[in-house]
Each structure stands twice: as structure tokens, then as C-alpha cells.
Design a protein around this ligand. Sequence first.
Ligand code: ADP
Length: 359
Amino acid sequence: MAYLTLKGLNKIYPNGFHAVHNFDLEIEKGEFIVFVGSSGCGKSTTLRMIAGLENISSGEFYIDGKLVNEKSPRDRGIAMVFQSYALYPQMSVYDNLAFGLQLQGIDEDIIEGKVMKVAKILGLTDYLDRMPRALSGGQRQRVAVGRAIIRKVDVFLMDEPLSNLDAKQRVTMRAEIAQIHRETGATTIYVTHDQIEAMTLADRIVIMKEGYIQQVGTPYELYFKPANLFVAGFIGEPPMNFIKATVKGGCIDINGTKLDISANLGQYKNAYEGKEIYFGFRPEHIKLGAKEGNYVLPATVELTEMLGDNTNVYINIGDVNAILKVNPHEAPKVDTDICFSIPQEYTYLFDAETEKVIG
Ligand code: ADP
């Protein structure tokens, strides 16, 4: 059995709302797991069931082989960092960090050693005498993280810990969280709606929609081998382009351009004859111009956005819209007609009805 085992977890709130459905997951010791999905998909509810802050309606949760459904949050060996920092406003940074340990009656010398160590990891050494109101948002969040990691815990839960920070602070704190994880080795479950945070921090990502797990995998697997249309559209920025089409003789017709997709359909060619599919490709996988052996499509440029390292090109293929990501030096002009190539190995097909990937 894995270190943490979540078996068929369900959450039905007292008002009857079924927020989490049959959540199954095995987590190894020391793993950094990220729950990601849009707001309301059940990430926090699942995390709160793990923390013991929300009772489990049905299913089983094991820590190190022991069933802990009925155990109180304190007895689970879990620390949690929330979105809001919840520091004690009338206590210095030092006391905020030390308080939990003081309550446990630990020797003050030992506490001081621990506070100094955590302060060093988090770059708070020069701020130990300050009150929370005299700290920036990023520094306050560091204190909140410090309070959680100062206790020796086996499992560390974080619920959108960076959402109150500005964009720059988020990037810095993200790197610090990764560093803390390397140093403490604590099994971590981190909740976010931000796919970049998920991709950069996770060993494995659990992507959720409307209370259901959509896919569990490494960032690489989710990006290159999405299980369905939702995952393909969620991971990646700008998102994957999808074009709906009907398969006829192993081909699809995109506004008058016929593409033979038999190679992508492979063994499913006959099964999809006459059926609707989504033809998917990522903005960053195309090349401008016509390349032999690729799928080549003509398009009209609607709008361009120069972002520095790349330019997003918004195109129309008849009434189909898509986005291409190109080198700014090669960006086509607005209102011009272009063509672009999609390598066959970077093309994804999805069943239009089930939305599952084909093949
Ligand atoms: P997320 O963390 O992914 O944003 P949540 O787990 O907070 O989502 O919420 C999942 C769903 O459960 C949402 O539709 C939310 O409105 C609902 N929900 C959360 N808390 C309660 C509650 N106490 N009672 C009823 N429904 C709730």
C-alpha cells in the first residue's frame, strides 16, 4: 500500500451537493502532488477531507497503512497552509513561528534553534522582531509557510498559498516552495487553479473537473498525453486548438482543405468512419509555411500579440478560429493569407461525443 491511499472518497455536503466523486489516488512518501482545476471543481474539499477538517461522506483514507477517517486533524501528523495567512497580528514574526511549539511545552532553547533554522530557509532572519502589519504580502506568506514547516510533520497541505501575492512574488515563492520541499522531503499536496504552478511544482498532477478526477500524471504526461479534451485544453497556454470535423474515408475537411488523418486514426480508422472528432494541435507545435509530411492548412491572420519571447497569431480558417505561437521575427502581418504545418506526431484526435483521446 502507498504512503497515502485515498480510496473511493466522496463528499456530499449537508445541503445534498455532491462535491467529490469516487476520488482514488495513491501517493508515495515524499511526493509533491498538485490538485489543479477550475474554481469549484472540488480541490479544496478533497484537501480538507485529507486534513480532517471536513468529514468523509464515504470512502477510505489511509496514512501509512492506517485508516484515519475518524482521526482528528491534530492526530493525523498533517500541517496545512491556507490562502489567507492567518498570522497572529499582535505577535512578532519570531513569536508567530514559535507559538505552536511553545504550546507543546518544548524547551525554549530548542524552539529558538528551530525558529532560526526555518527563518534562514525562508529568508526571514532579519524580520524576526517585526509585526505582521510591517511585512509585505510575500513575507507574511513566508511566515505562514514557516509556521507549518516548523512542526515536524509527515504531510504538508497547501491550499492556494500564493493566490494573495502579486505575479512577481508568486514566481519567487513558487521557487521557495520547491526548495522547501527538497529540504524537508515532506509529502506535499498542493491545491491551485493555476496550471503553471501545477506544471512547475508537481511530481504528479491530479486534474479535476466538477468533482471528478480527469487524469493523474506527471507534467510531461499531461502535456504530451492528455487523456481527454478537458485536460488537453487546460494544460498549455495559449490552450490547444480544437477543430471539429467528420471523418470520411480516413480524411477530414477543414474549410475545403482535405487532411488525410488515417495515420493518426491508426487501428481506429474504421470505427470513426462517419463520426465527428476534434482535431487538436498546440499553438507552439506548428511551423509557418508548408512542410512535407505535415498537415498543412491555409489561414488568414486576424490579430497578432508580440509577447517578447514569442508572438501569438490569431488566425481564421474559414469560420474556424485558432492561435499559433511563432518566433516574433517570423510573425506574419494582420490580414495576410498564410499557411502553416502541423507535424503528425503533435496532432491529437478526440472523440467528439465522449471527448476522450483517440488511440
Ligand atoms: P475548489 O477548491 O476546486 O474551488 P471546492 O472544493 O471549494 O472547490 O468546492 C467544490 C464545490 O462544493 C463547489 O461547487 C462549492 O460551491 C461546493 N461547496 C463547498 N463547500 C460547500 C458547503 N459547505 N456546502 C455546500 N457546498 C459546498
